[in-house]
Design a protein around this ligand. Sequence first.
Ligand code: M6R
Length: 616
Amino acid sequence: MCGIVGYVGPGSTLEVLLGGLKRLEYRGYDSAGISVIDSEAGLQTRKRAGKLSVLVDDLDQAPIKDAHIGIGHTRWATHGAPTDGNAHPHLGGEHLKLSLIHNGIIENFAELKAELISQGVKFQSETDSEVAAHLVAGEYLKSNDLSAAFRAVVKRLEGAFTLLCIHEDHPDLVLAARRNSPLVIGLGENENFLGSDVAAFVAHTKRAVSVGQDQIVELRQNSVLVTSFDGDPVELSEFKIDWDASAASKGGWPSFMAKEIADQPQAVGDTLMGRLASDGSVKLSEFAGIDALSQVDRITIVACGTAAYAGEVAKYAIEKWAKLPVSVELAHEFRYRDPIITENTLIIAISQSGETMDTLMATRYAKERGAKVLAICNTQGATLAREADATIYTHAGPEVAVASTKAFTAQITAGQLVALALASLRGSMPQAELNELGQELLKLPRAVKEVLDSVGRMKELGKELSDAKSILFLGRNVGYPIALEGALKLKELAYIHAEGFAAGELKHGPIALIEEGQPVIVIVPAKNTPGSLQPKVISNIQEIKARGAKVIAIAEAGDTEVANYADEVFFVPQTHPFMAAQLSVLPLQIFAMELATAKGLDVDQPRNLAKSVTVE
Ligand code: M6R
């Protein structure tokens, strides 16, 4: 969950490190720190608890000498509170000449720490990471070979780690290692970079190489050597980053979240681009990566958080159109209960970052048992994409705000494309009907824009309800996962109690929560579709109104009935009932953002959270 950046080259190392950390801060913002090596000043380290701005202010007041090699870290605390002392880098060795940063959890740190303490090592922090610094320093003292020392230590570590290490006696070398935690190399002209993801260095180079599991990198100004932990060389597989640094900047918006909400017409459009012909037929060339796809007889979607809700929405389309049974599993629950997996199971792993450890572990578990894996991922070169048989990239562009918005609508859209492509492959519906659905998808970017252009009242409601202690969300069919997503947005951004319920479940318990003035946001299904559940949801609205609820309905344009029962109605354009998911979530995103902003909260960096959860 931490952000890591490394640099060696002729440029300003301070600029590269602090710029990289700024773009990685979404990964954690409990503390930040850097180390650089200057030929005269030697190893200089500065680290501070709090957001990156605290470190930047500190460096402004008491500058350190710029250099041509360095490492930087932004932390999401796991072991040890967010303090200056627990901030990375951690130093080790004679005269504290070695500096090391870590992302992940070293699971055997307690026994390693006991061993080091028995040898007289004094610890400066409560972190698991510091053991690695002392271990490398100790090995180096014995062999005087920094690479060999680093290699020996990474083999002893258990758990998840990306490590970066520099030493004052080697002012030309950054060592890095990764196991179960992300690491990407940036290849520059006469300079090279390391990062937790490409955002760390995209301002400097578009050429990237993702580092594989259990590999070590020796990074110098003009060379990059990647080997296995045992020292066997690994061939680099380079890719081009397809977005630029401006895509990861606020671009005049008050927050990344506001910008990313506004990006959604394009995010949805770019996800469809090249995959849908103008007649509505779908072509997913990515399917070629999966053997015997037509033999698949069940689908399991694994994901966490918002991505899991996107999976829940996709499930409706896959079952209805491709006629395949689908279960959606929270990735962290999935592998701990002997799930049924055969070689005809298709796992669809959905993840914006492609680095969520729970999703990766669930995917690996299924793959080991013979399942095929299709990833829906937003981040190029991510571990999930490397490990899946095929990846449908959601081209939503970088998502920086911790609360997922544009990745969500893009994930649902990608899921619906998969449903159409599978249906076409299996012949489960007439092609003409599938093409009509494809044409509906093509209309979505415009409809998304239309909704975003008309959210004024939702903004006001967010402000008006900023004192609410609890807000409930109700939905049915695809509106149910949207209700869950609306509640999650509010919890993570505004820190108030929020719950999403299936409207049909109301009478089985949750209705007891309704009292005078309780705000309830209800996602009303489209009225004029065969078998519509709209009348049932209208009944639910009446039931809660009778008990004092304040009802805000999200309904389809033209539904004149809802206004008779709800206190407020926000209309979204007519579309296919499944695609209404991508539209009805938009006012909920806006509502949560405005409510949190009215409470004076930071919507990009909510408390206790980090963007990607790279530990289990
Ligand atoms: O990167 P991923 O899509 O795998 O992340 C999954 C969840 O951690 C993520 O969606 C989380 O729930 C968001 N903060 C929600 O806004």
